[in-house]
Design a protein around this ligand. Sequence first.
Ligand SMILES: [Fe+2]
Length: 340
Amino acid sequence: MSIIKIEDIAHVRFVAPDLKKMSSFLKDFGLDSTVHDDGRLYAHARDGIPYNHVTEQGEAGFQALGLRAASIDDLEKLAATNGLAVEDNEAPGGGKIVRLTDPDGFLVEVVAGQERFEVSDSPSDPIRNSAASRPRQSDTIRLKSGPSHVMRLGHCVLNVSNFRKSERWYKERFGFITSDEIEASPDLALGAFMRCDRGDQPTDHHTLFLAQLPQKPGFMHAAFEVSNMDDLMLGHAHLKSKKHKAAWGVGRHILGSQIFDYWRDPWGHELEHWTDGDLFTAKDGSNKAPFTDLLAVQWGMENPMISGKAAPGPKMLGFVMAIHARFKRMFGGSGAEKTS
Ligand SMILES: [Fe+2]
């Protein structure tokens, strides 16, 4: 039994030397931002949550993962069990905050009681015709070019030094449920996609993915849900026209099923647009899946490490190729296995 069950991811926090440059990138990515009284740049999506991306001025890097608790009572429970204080959150929207440090030294900020701002309009999903069904008649699709409509922050991926230790730490405190555990071999876990425990309420396939890859512990990416597939593709064209750095996409993942599109901010932090992801309840259990399912796609651009278009460190490249070859031998392709 965990101390609390978090509702969702709340924010990701970075440091960057140029807040104007970050604000301009975020605008192209689909997030509006303003500098608050504390000198930090706060960006928000369209869901009424006061902020989900924060930047402080300084040497570039990742600073904190934010999670949202269901209530201030839950924050008090979390703080008491960890010998910590519940503090006022001085950021936009106020509320309360508890600051924890995970086993790799990542700062985890758990918030509750934030004021909600007005939800912004978003484009509705066009009526789509297919060969089997043709509901759009005497009507057209005319899309407006520009940045994607980012609805919300959905998940964060961290590389950790000891997956089992971090998994225990996050599950004991926040009630995460494994959706897919990634295996290098039957007894060697490389990480897991974990979702929130919201009982019967369907929730994203993953809110946090902890990986143990042969590279230094650190931030890997944060992912934002956009309106729909057209919106994601319009956002892709917009980011490309503004000459931002594409990282991977467009494609459809296997684990989580999302249509994805990864970009880098001016300092290399990876941010993802996604749409059409899987939703599960607490009862939907957990799966195990091979490493190849993590990097392979159902359609679209191959992972740059697999296709040789990215240059990972020699350790990482050797590791990926060895795992890839092993799973090709074992399964001849995909080999997800239901465990519960
Ligand atoms: Fe992702």
